[in-house]
Design a protein around this ligand. Sequence first.
Ligand code: ATP
Ligand code: MG
Length: 375
Amino acid sequence: MRVYVVHYSEIALKGKNRRYFEERLVENLRRKIRKIEDCRIRREYGRIVVESENPAISEVLRKTPGVKYSALAEVAELDVESICERALKIAPDAGTFKVDTRRSNKDFPLTSIEINRIVGERILKAKKLRVDLHNPDKIIYVEISSKHAYVYSERIEGIGGLPVGVSGRVVSLISGGIDSPVASFLAMKRGAEVVLVHFFNSTIHSQSVRKKIHDLAEKLSEVHRVRLYMVPFRDVQMEIIRCIPSDYRMVVYRRSMMRMASLIAEREGAKAIVTGDSLGQVASQTLQNLRTIYAASNYPVLTPLIGLDKDEIVEIARRIGTYDISTLPYEDCCSLLVSKHPITSAKLDEVERMEENCQLREKEAVESAEVIEFG
Ligand code: ATP
Ligand code: MG
């Protein structure tokens, strides 16, 4: 019999948070795995065991925040003979190897080093292999747990981070670009539950934009389920065009988005707003403009991409599968009637004064948003 053995990162496990962290991770895994198979998932001595060998489950383990690594392991009895048998079954036929034992069950009569030696010798006797402790071709991992031992040699790397939910909830502004889906992903990776918000202008936006945003939400929901708000931006945008000079419009569009995102944050019990801003990348992202934009909200604004270069962002986007969706052509609502030379240092008081002339029906826009669940 084989099972998936799941390990989480241990740094976060100190103190009282441990139990909460573990329960959250089990719950998150359970919800995703249930869609594949109805199998038992249990906690056991600092690991999680999924009682299935369904290959589709490895994809879930690869994409769930909080999982450091996992493995499809042979299950052995708690005796060294049974462990040797399983180790022989998975040992390669040529090359070098070593045995690496972790004994979390301290009642087991042999120490880790003794188990390494006994299992290693049995493999050497049966197969034409060499031991190399420093740079082996294969490592045979043995884990001694409470009722069973687990034996495997292939680790499935996870994304690390924290289980989604342990950090609370955020509202994440998602455009159709490359950056914001990556920012949303990074917030999820650090344990935040994400509510996505997209602003669209129905007159310039075709069905394809809608589909694009849905596809991005769907992709992100492979990490953890997400809720998406599709907020109609047309009326607000038309009013901004009426009352704000073109070189200031981009900043005001974005301030308006921050205000509407704050209304949604309030409704959703979110504690922060996430954007895909990367310092200095485009005109709206000078420090002065960001100061003026973020001042429109009382919530802290988190920008997970602030320290990343574009190529680093692209690399993550490819890895999480959003890149190919993001690079499909789309009309960005924000590019509508903005100046070719937008202001790069919009002063807050100046912009606030301009906005006094506007009748922005932001509350109405949020209230008429379509809310869609993914995952
Ligand atoms: P992205 O690649 O995410 O579009 P960007 O570098 O192109 O980012 P902008 O287009 O100026 O920069 O947008 C900055 C951020 O503002 C985005 O990352 C996103 O968080 C938010 N944003 C912009 N447009 C929208 C929109 N239509 N709906 C929701 N959020 C948006
Ligand atoms: Mg963009």
